[in-house]
Design a protein around this ligand. Structure first.
Ligand code: PEP
Ligand code: MG
Length: 569
């Protein structure tokens, strides 16, 4: 028995027998070919077969995991339909290379290029190309596609990397868990396992070497632990954890339809965060009262070129209509930093998090920004939309954005195009500068939303993705907690609403502090909505203030975290 540590990819517990899914490419003979036309015909048939099969998988998947999760496979169709990719493969056949080797060589070149970037999203493209390569080779060699849909009940899937086409076949009732050797929290396998609500532990070192088919495995997807060759006691322990986890999850359903209030009846708003318009439905399913953060950069990342005004308008309108009267806060483009978009021409910077990103980029590309703002304004005629500006550090930035919005409103007025004339514009408070001048920004903005993911990074001067300094990346640092208090006080004094859309909004340990400081709105990932409603409801203001008073006297993150752990309900 051995407990292996990985990344917590999808919460929950599971036990079962390992079924190893190999990503090995099928054997084939590397031939020199003489009839290029016939070989190209074979290759074309493989392309056609790939596109047909993928389209079928998408249709089948829509019913099981919802439309928002088919984007990855749609991306595969887009990639293989790209004339550049097809030519890269086809042209090799003219050099006398057989179709299999042409596929392998061309795909390996793409994989190498994508794997060498620092950007996780682009690195994931390497997984996509690897998946395309494997499936094309299977088609060319007549090898059966891996059929995950046939695995028996109580299976723990083990793979170096679970590709999207493999994951699409998963039958939720048969798969008790997933363990992979690669992938992070935002990897395809993580996203899909969360959508299917299957516990997953990712990036487990040497997992393919250590696990044998049929081995008993117990996994904890909430803390990222996979126990391999688990003994009876461990299995029993994990099974118990699993049933209590499921019971808790089920019990949370009682909070559906309830108002979000503190124990002494103070109302608080509880919203959801989304990245794609379809996810608005998930927010409603989880009984979110609005959307506190629509990260629009996904619209740009999911596309190979700038999404035009109509495409953006449709996306914002769809989300707004889904939410009806409920509020939806659309954050304008937040790229740069760790979010790179290849076609936007961002060059490499020594300090990307301190560089050309978010509102800085947008104000320097007013042509691109105006298209987005116009699309949001037009969509505001169809729901309760608010505009939110990321990474604001000084008042000039919000003033410039407001001027641009006023110009676009005048243009829409002159053309008789409808929009919400009372639309509000708020700022994200996610830098120490914005926190310091929160009183000044409160005079310029209609509302605040605190982005704790970045606020922690910038306050502590610690790259949020760098494991070497992650010990400093803590929202319990006294500096971060003081900053939260100051921001909320400033908003309160100015009489504007203040929300929080960073991950910390869902942290049960912080709930009493946020209630004590007077946060008006919590915006969390849809799966955390009901849990957060329960947490908020367990504190009276007086109890929360007492906890906050003690915490504000403490001098280290460790003491604060320990204290909160002891007092959390
Ligand atoms: C944040 O910084 O807290 C935030 C919500 O934005 P993002 O994680 O997209 O930077
Ligand atoms: Mg941010």
């Amino acid at each position: 028995m051995e407990a292996l540590k990985g990344i917590a990819g999808s919460e929950g517990y599971g036990t079962g027998r390992a079924v190893i899914i190999s990503n090995d490419i099928p054997d084939y003979e590397d031939r020199k070919i003489t009839d290029a036309a016939a070989e190209k015909d074979r290759l074309q048939k493989a392309f056609d077969g790939f596109l047909r099969k993928t389209a079928d998988m998408i249709e089948e998947m829509k019913d099981r995991v919802g439309e928002s999760n088919t984007a990855i496979l749609e991306g595969h169709i887009m990639m293989l339909n790209d004339p550049y990719m097809q030519e890269e493969i086809m042209n090799r056949i003219d050099e006398g290379i057989c179709a299999e080797t042409a596929v392998k060589e061309a795909c390996d070149t793409f994989i190498q290029i994508f794997s060498q970037t620092d950007d996780e999203l682009i690195r994931q493209r390497a997984t996509d190309v690897g998946d395309i390569k494997l499936r094309l080779l299977r088609l060319l060699t007549g090898t059966e596609d891996i059929n995950i849909s046939d695995v028996p009940k109580g299976t723990i899937l083990v793979a170096e990397d679970l590709t999207p086409s493999m994951t699409s076949g998963i039958v939720k009732d048969n798969v008790a868990g997933i363990v992979t050797g690669m992938g992070g929290v935002t990897s395809h396998s993580a996203i899909l396992s969360r959508a299917l609500e299957i516990p997953a532990v990712l990036s487990v070192k040497d997992v393919m070497k250590k696990v044998k088919n049929g081995m008993i495995i117990a996994i904890d997807g909430s803390s990222g632990i996979a126990v391999i060759d688990a003994d009876e006691n461990t299995v029993a322990e994990y099974e118990e954890k699993r049933s209590s986890h499921l019971k808790n999850k089920e019990a949370l359903r009682e909070y559906i339809g309830k108002a979000t209030r503190t124990a002494d009846g103070i109302p608080v708003e509880l919203f959801g965060n989304i990245g794609r318009p379809e996810e608005a439905e998930k927010v409603l399913e989880c009984d979110g009262e609005g959307i506190g953060l629509f990260r629009t950069e996904f619209l740009f990342m999911d596309s190979d070129s700038l999404p035009d005004e109509e495409k953006q308008f449709e996306a914002y309108k769809t989300a707004a209509q889904t939410m009806g009267d409920r509020e939806i806060i659309i954050r304008t483009l937040d790229i740069g930093g760790d979010k790179e978009i290849p076609y936007m021409g961002l060059s490499r910077e020594d300090n990307p998090f301190l560089g050309y990103r978010a509102v800085r980029y947008c104000l320097d590309h007013k042509d691109i920004y105006s298209v987005q703002l116009r699309a949001i304004l037009r969509a505001s005629a169809y729901g309760h939309i608010k505009i939110m500006v990321p990474l604001v550090t000084c008042v000039e930035e919000i003033r410039s954005v407001r001027r641009l919005i006023e110009d676009i409103k005048a243009e829409l007025d002159s053309k008789g195009i409808a929009y919400d004339k009372g639309i509000e514009t708020g700022v994200m408070i996610e830098t120490p500068s914005a926190s310091e001048i929160a009183d000044l920004l409160a005079k310029e903005a209609d509302f605040f939303s605190i982005g704790t993911n970045d606020l922690t990074q910038y306050t502590m001067a610690v790259d949020r993705g760098n494991p070497k300094v992650s010990y400093l990346y803590s929202v319990y640092q006294p500096s971060v907690i003081r900053s939260l208090k100051r921001i909320i006080n400033a908003a309160d004094k100015a009489g504007i609403k203040v929300g929080m859309c960073g991950e910390a909004a869902a942290d049960a340990l912080l709930t009493p502090l946020l209630i004590a400081f007077g946060l008006n709105e919590f915006s969390v990932s849809p799966v955390s909505i009901l849990k957060t409603r329960k947490n908020i409801g367990s504190w009276t203001k007086a109890e929360a203030v007492k906890v906050a008073e003690s915490v504000l006297l403490m001098d280290t993150a460790e003491k604060i975290e320990d204290f909160l752990k002891k007092h959390v309900k």
